[in-house]
Design a protein around this ligand. Structure first.
Ligand SMILES: Nc1ncnc2c1ncn2[C@@H]1O[C@H](COP(=O)(O)OP(=O)(O)OP(=O)(O)O)[C@@H](O)[C@H]1O
Ligand SMILES: [Zn+2]
Length: 748
């Protein structure tokens, strides 16, 4: 008997091992085993396939044996393996990479001993072997011991529990260390160490679902109706229309049918508020899964999902699509337009939205995509009938959508009216709002203090030594930081090129905005939410909580603050230098800018009265602003689709980006040229490049990109085969043997 296994290594092939006799009736597809690999190394592997014979090519090779079987119950189920295979096929990534991305590290430790460390606790129990009738006698006249014993006994009876934690005992009224010790020495009580769960499993719900209002009720019915006929339905509802409440009703329906729900959000920041909202109704039926929870806890969630009593609801980011569901009925993808659903690095570069739809398909479950600003791809899919569409056009409680105003900062600067980063109108509105006890959110899509430092005399700017990008100045740390590789440098006192002492700091980031706002509004507390302030485990909670409880009145942030958060008291939202969103050289920049501004606007006026939004732009005549001012999603969609069609961009084609990288530039040039030549044989005109990506030198590697604009009707199987055969031909050339090729399918 032989088994093909998946190793947690970036290898595309499966590896064949012999199955030892004693394992034969225990091993199955999905089982976790340990296998020797290479030079005296051992790896955790997953059984992919079991066969009675081996293929001819392997006949003469010395096949090694599986070393041991870790669990007889498979670690991954059939649906998961099918999903892995699909990801590997569609995103052109080795199965080993998918395995690595999917399974918590402690479950695939390289050394033989499991790296999973259980959490333990000391507990006190009554000696079960002691005759209860003689216990009082054994304790004797010792008063303190008698009362401590009685108290413990009463608690255990009351709770119908076998033990009580040592910590709890020490907090009891009758506690005395010496009495406890004596009771243990006498053998009446026992102190034992037990394994406990890291998961909070006894949270009680605190409220019922809110009843839906009439408009929500209609949308809810439409969704149910639509899902009778279609697998996927898009809920396009304006910000604060109460989409989340509708999801909660749908989760309730899934629960009552005994089905699990996967609730995907694009960012950890969003899990904070949603956890509170969902736990209030569903208590400990929910498991939370994302990268900030530690690996041991992730392993516990995984195990619980495989147990008899799995979580009914999983709230998580991308990686939660990999959990073992066994009765998945519903997938909710909130803020479906967000590009953070796409994994960038490392491989597999999968899109969690699209992969979740595939997962739902494999599990025979239904998918709901939700957004106030759907991605063009998803909205297009409703037009072609692939997805159903349900629309919600009113805010909950019928509050008016915020009033949006655009201020022309170019004109204001010319007339010397811009005394700070904030336009006078924005400052006025902020003052009014703050005086009324309301709060303010300001967006700036750039972190740090100054995104560019420049010598006033010779225009020298500091650049990263390992990347072709200029450095950002971070004031609190007093450091220049590369946002590509995180390298830090000291800010020179003088220009190293001309010795001038006039180094200008240009391009304000969130850090500088914070400083200015603090000095403009000294009577209010200012908070900031960006990558730099959210590194700690509970950093998100703290910032969101401070704002929610009104300890902070003005909150500044990057895009991570723009979507999905629900604060009830925001009167004004300001978008600082909106143009930078639109001027990015990418065909999606207008779509992103539109989404970000609409979402940011959506944070204003959610509870009581209409909010105000001020967008600062130096180029307000760009057509996208008209659509924003009028909340005209359809108009925007149509204009963009016309462009996409003209230039054959998605959804009218599929983009596959192929990155070639190497430390030697002329080598990467030659390699990219050769690979493009090979690919043109099959793809002809669909190949663009090779060219330099926007940043073409990162961490001492030179990059070149080849883009395939694949016709929608071109078969994926054929595409994959052609790419793989070009790749192997490429690598068979000696000078290119060690050059890395990376694929990014459906690049965003
Ligand atoms: N039926 C309801 N009963 C009580 N409160 C509701 C109801 N529907 C919505 N709300 C409240 O209105 C606010 C906005 O709703 P919600 O956050 O669900 O909107 P959303 O459509 O998900 O917004 P966004 O797209 O901005 O994330 C929330 O505070 C929510 O609790
Ligand atoms: Zn760098």
């Amino acid at each position: 008997m032989f088994a093909d296994v998946i190793l947690p290594l970036p290898l595309s092939d499966l590896y064949t091992y012999a199955v030892p006799a004693e394992m034969r009736n225990k091993i199955a597809r999905g089982s976790r085993v340990i296998v020797p690999f290479g030079n005296k190394r051992y790896y955790t592997a997953i059984i992919y396939k079991i066969e009675d014979t081996i293929s001819k090519e392997l006949k003469d090779i010395d096949i090694k044996e599986i070393h041991s079987l870790l669990n007889s119950q498979p670690l991954v189920n059939e649906q998961q393996l099918n999903l892995w295979e699909w990801i590997s096929f569609y995103y052109l990534s080795p199965l080993g990479d998918v395995f690595n991305a999917a399974v918590p590290s402690s479950m695939k430790s390289e050394n033989l001993k499991s790296r999973f460390t259980p959490r333990t606790e000391t507990v006190i129990k009554i000696n079960p072997d002691m005759n209860p009738n003689i216990i009082r006698e054994i304790i004797g006249k010792a008063q303190k011991q008698q009362s401590l014993y009685s108290q413990i006994e009463n608690i255990l009876i009351e709770r119908k529990s076998e033990y009580i934690s040592r910590k709890e005992v020490s907090e009891l009224e009758c506690h005395s260390t010496s009495a406890l010790k004596s009771l243990i020495v006498k053998g009446v009580l026992q102190s034992v160490t037990i394994e406990t769960s890291r998961l909070n499993t006894d949270l009680k719900p605190t409220r019922n679902l809110f009843p839906l209002n009439e408009v929500q009720q209609r949308a809810y019915k439409e969704i149910k109706n639509c899902l009778e006929f279609k697998q996927t339905c898009l809920l396009h509802g304006v910000t604060s229309s109460g989409k989340t409440e509708i999801y909660m009703h749908l989760i309730q329906d899934a629960l009552s049918m005994g089905k699990q729900t996967l609730y995907l959000v694009p960012e950890i920041a969003l899990t904070t508020q949603l956890t509170q909202r969902l736990q209030a109704v569903f208590g400990s039926k929910i498991g939370i899964y994302h990268s900030r929870i530690n690996d041991n806890e992730r392993a516990e969630i995984w195990s619980k999902m495989m147990s008899e009593d799995p979580f009914e609801i999983i709230l998580g980011v991308r990686s939660s699509i990999f959990l073992p569901f066994n009765k998945l009925g519903l997938v909710i993808i909130d803020e479906e337009h967000e590009i953070s659903f796409k994994q960038q690095d490392p491989s597999p570069r999968y899109h969690a939205r699209d992969t979740a739809i595939m997962l739902a398909h494999l599990c025979n479950a239904k998918t709901i995509l939700g957004s106030a600003t759907p991605s063009l791809e998803s909205f297009y899919n409703t037009k072609t009938g692939k997805y159903g569409l349900v629309t919600l056009q009113e805010r909950y409680r019928n509050i008016m959508m915020p009033e949006i105003q655009i201020v022309n900062t170019f004109e204001l600067r010319k007339r010397k009216k811009m005394k700070s980063v904030l336009a006078p109108l924005l400052i006025d509105q902020m003052n009014q709002s703050l005086e009324n006890g309301e709060q303010v959110i300001l967006f700036r899509n750039r972190r740090g203090f100054a995104s560019l430092v420049e010598c006033e005399q010779c225009a020298w700017t500091p650049k990263c030594k390992r990347c072709d990008v200029s450095l950002t100045y971070h004031k609190k740390r007093d450091r220049l930081i590369c946002h590509y590789c995180n390298a830090t440098y000291t800010l020179p006192a003088k220009c190293p090129s001309c010795n001038s002492e006039n180094l200008k700091k240009l391009g304000q980031g969130t850090e500088q905005l914070e400083e200015e706002v603090e000095s403009l509004f000294p009577d209010y507390f200012v908070g900031r939410m960006d990558l730099d302030t959210t590194r700690g485990k509970d950093a998100y909670e703290k910032i969101i909580d401070d704002f929610q409880s009104k300890r902070v009145q003005i909150l500044i942030g990057t895009q991570m603050l723009s979507k999905g958060l629900d604060f009830e008291n925001v009167g004004v939202v300001g978008v600082i230098s909106a143009d930078s969103l639109l001027n990015f050289p990418d065909f999606r920049s207008h779509e992103r800018g539109f989404q970000l501004m609409m979402q940011a606007a959506g944070r204003a006026g959610r509870k009581n009265k209409q909010g105000k939004v001020i967008i600062q732009s130096a180029d307000p005549l760009q057509p996208v602003y008209d659509y924003i001012l009028n909340y005209d999603y359809e108009g925007f969609f149509n204009s963009q689709m016309a462009e996409r069609k003209m230039f054959n961009y998605p959804p009218f084609s599929r983009l596959i980006s192929i990155i070639i990288k190497d430390k030697i530039e002329h080598k990467v040039e030659a390699a990219a040229g050769y690979l493009a030549e090979l690919l043109r044989i099959t793809f002809g005109e669909m190949i663009q490049g090779p060219g330099k990506p926007i940043v073409s030198y990162i961490q001492s590697y030179h990059f070149r990109e080849i883009l395939i604009k694949l016709d929608n009707n071109f078969s994926l199987k054929k595409t994959r085969e052609a790419i793989k055969s070009a790749e192997s031909k490429f690598h068979s050339k000696r000078e290119f043997k060690y050059i890395t090729i990376q694929y990014d399918v459906d690049r965003v």
